[in-house]
Design a binder for this molecule. Structure first.
Ligand SMILES: [Mn+2]
Length: 332
């Protein structure tokens, strides 16, 4: 059985299609390319070079800030909306031609991706495996299948992508650790240096909002639960997340917006699990009439936009929460 959703035949087919691209290849990744997208492209470009296939890398839009740090660190060339892409189109970390606009593939593409199946497409060959935590692991499988040894530069690209897409290995699988171990053992890549190269300092304005939000936060204790409420001018989601990281079980953050305001809610996983509360369906939805607003979200993260009475809305939220939790704070 294959280690993940791609068979060895899939790997061989993709390798054969790439090797046959004597006229070169163009590695196209998704808009706002992330570290996995950029790392996979850079590593794949190196593999192709070892196979004697010239290639270029590009996308329909600029890469993300983090990806640009990796691109600079590895001194790679990333073309934004190139006027004359050519060669064999290879979709990397994306599979649906619609998602690479305005760079529509000019002929049947080869595809490497780990997102859920995007519907039928006219591929020449594909490694689409949504059980793989990253596209970089798929590129690593190609290196292995080709019997090629990655350079430390290619290793750095793949490591950056794996670290990013597994959320620092929280979503890693056996294949991730196997690829990591092989790359670290067989190349001179400096793991610490790669991490430093892709590290992003949090935005200064966001940090100010977080500190102000924390400074103004009002705490309410309901049974065992710590409830934090605060108001900021912007970055309300960052502030709510920070309050949860700092210890709150549930946080409500109000922020003025053009023509109204937004109330953002976040809850700790253990709070959701223990109380069964869905922060939108059980809490926020109840104040939509009061604030003349509407919203949506998941069980642990949601928000509502309102037009009137933000303070009353927040007060009502606490009342609903209190009722829902009962005197002992036990939830259902
Ligand atoms: Mn990815």
């Amino acid at each position: 059985m294959p280690e993940n959703g791609c068979t060895d035949e899939d790997v061989q087919r993709v390798l054969a299609a790439l090797t046959a691209a004597r006229g070169g290849a163009f590695l196209i990744t998704h808009q706002n390319a992330d570290l996995d997208a950029a790392g996979a492209c850079i590593a794949l470009q190196e593999l192709l070079k070892q196979l004697g296939i010239p290639s270029r890398i590009g996308s329909g839009s600029h890469a993300s800030v983090a990806a640009r740090k990796l691109i600079d660190y590895l001194d790679a060339e990333f073309e934004v909306r190139p006027p004359n892409p050519g060669g064999l189109p290879v979709l990397v970390d994306v599979q649906n031609p619609d998602q690479v606009a305005p760079l529509i593939p000019w002929k049947r593409p080869v595809v490497l991706d780990h997102h859920p199946y995007a519907g039928p497409c006219d591929y020449q060959a594909s490694l689409t495996d949504d059980t793989s935590p990253s596209t970089c692991e798929l590129v690593h499988r190609l290196f292995e299948a080709a019997g090629a040894v990655p350079s430390s530069r290619a290793a750095a690209g793949m490591i950056a992508g794996m670290v990013a897409d597994t959320m620092s290995f929280r979503r890693a699988q056996a294949g991730t650790f196997r690829a990591m171990a092989r790359l670290l053992a067989t190349t001179d890549v400096n793991y610490q240096e790669v991490l430093d190269a892709i590290h992003l300092e949090p935005d200064r304005s966001s940090r100010i909002a977080i500190l102000k939000g924390a400074q103004r936060a009002e705490l309410t204790l309901i049974g065992p639960w710590i409830v934090a409420v605060t108001k900021v001018n912007s970055f309300e989601a960052d502030v709510a997340n920070a309050l949860i990281r700092s210890g709150a079980d549930i946080a409500f953050v109000g922020a003025k917006k053009k023509g109204g305001f937004r109330i953002t809610a976040r809850a700790r996983k253990s709070f959701i699990k223990s109380t069964g509360i869905h922060v939108y369906k059980d809490l926020l939805v109840n104040i939509e009439v009061i604030i003349q607003g509407s919203g949506g979200g998941h069980d642990a993260a949601a928000s509502v936009n309102g037009l009137v009475k933000m303070d009353e809305g927040i007060k009502a939220l606490l009342k609903v929460l209190r009722e829902r939790l009962g005197d002992e704070g036990h939830g259902r």
